[in-house]
Design a protein around this ligand. Structure first.
Ligand SMILES: [Fe+2]
Length: 373
């Protein structure tokens, strides 16, 4: 038996932004005010946001959340600023970090979390009832898929941990993915974000929790991204549109499965060395594919990659990263061989590592990391 469910209405592709004002008004049909959370002012110059302001008038407040990899402390600060305001809609505009924060703010709306320690416990808690505040995700990168998933990543640097606020009550009211918003992405970010989407799709395909719908979406996502990704280096508009489409498909694929070993092992790499998320997961793709090929049929994935085997996938990923000016080995980001046991020990994320089709024990995790050192 195979199950897949996703309640997010998705408006995707060139021109999608035009749908935003009407969607926001519909989300606020019951009354109340909206909070627009953006990573910066730049994307708000798009005409759709002027139309949104005009449509909602005094019911719209705007705030900027400029941080990447949001920490508990930063989320707490943002939550504290919304307390007592009782917004009924959050429109989050940005990369995965901004969308995750917007998603958390919506989920926490109406609650009074006392401090960072209380927030740590709240994020990890499972007791989430109905959500009084809707949210709309408007990605400005093409990769994270946060606009169509019901979980959000929050980092806890004090405990060197990655937390996930994960509840089916937190799917977006709508996702609006328009490639026009990805125009200003530097090529390194565009490539690493696209490879993050490829990892979401690939891991969704072989996840223990996989299903027929996710696998179909995953293959389409990988093919779409890998066929057009080279166009990013030329600033090609069709390539950007393909990345938005592929990232949306990948997001829908893994919204029903979660990720696996690549994501699980990547978190300490990002926490310790600041390796961009998309780079960290992309480096692990081929080693984990080689491992999982012992129990899974990876032929559909290889077909979508246009690769003959995991070695060809590794070479393709490395080539893309280097061409984008990004280091394609852990040493290049500051890791040393003696770090590997600690990285492996911190790489077991519940719900991700145990979602890998091949069990991930410490020696296996270390061997995978050694392959990309
Ligand atoms: Fe990811």
């Amino acid at each position: 038996m195979s199950r897949w469910h996703n309640p997010v209405r998705v408006v995707q592709g060139p021109g999608a932004l035009e749908a935003l004002p009407a969607l926001a008004e519909e989300a606020l049909a019951g009354g109340g005010r909206a909070l627009l959370v953006a990573w910066g002012e730049a994307p708000l110059a798009e005409p759709a946001f002027a139309a949104l302001r005009e449509r909602l008038g005094g019911r719209l407040e705007t705030t900027v959340f400029p941080h990447s990899n949001p920490t508990l402390a930063q989320l707490f600060e943002a939550h504290a600023a919304t307390r007592g305001k009782d917004f009924r809609l959050v429109v989050a505009v940005g990369g995965g970090s901004t969308l995750d924060v917007g998603k958390c703010l919506a989920r926490l709306m109406g609650e009074t979390v006392a401090d960072v320690d209380a927030l740590r416990a709240r994020v990890a808690g499972k007791a989430w009832g109905a959500c009084a505040c809707r949210w709309i995700g408007v990605p400005t990168t093409a990769g994270t898929g946060s606009e169509v998933t019901c979980w959000a990543t929050v980092w806890d640097p004090e405990r060197e941990a990655k937390l996930s606020l994960d509840t089916p009550t937190n799917y977006a009211f709508a996702a609006v993915a328009d490639p026009a918003l990805t125009r200003s992405m530097p090529v390194g970010l565009a490539v690493s974000s696209a490879l993050d989407a490829v990892a979401h799709a690939t891991e969704s395909h072989w996840a223990r929790a996989t299903n027929a719908v996710s696998r179909a979406l995953a293959v389409a996502a990988i093919r779409t991204v890998m066929t057009h990704i080279d166009g990013l280096f030329a600033g090609d508009e069709a390539a950007r549109a393909a990345m938005t489409e592929g990232a949306t498909l990948a997001g829908l694929a893994f919204s029903g499965t979660h990720t696996t070993a690549c994501h699980s092992l990547s978190y300490p790499l990002t926490l310790r060395y600041g390796i961009p998320h998309g780079v960290a997961v992309a480096l692990l793709l081929a080693p984990v594919m080689r491992l999982n090929a012992s129990v899974c049929d990876v032929a559909p994935l290889l077909g979508a990659f246009g690769a003959e085997g995991p070695e060809a996938v590794a070479a393709r990923v490395r080539g893309l990263l280097l061409r984008a000016g990004l280091r394609a080995d852990l040493r290049g980001w500051g890791a040393r061989a003696e770090d590997l046991p600690g990285l492996a020990a911190h790489g077991f994320t519940k719900g991700r590592a145990d979602n890998n089709p091949v069990p991930l024990d410490a020696p296996t995790a270390q061997a995978l990391l050694a392959e990309i050192l």
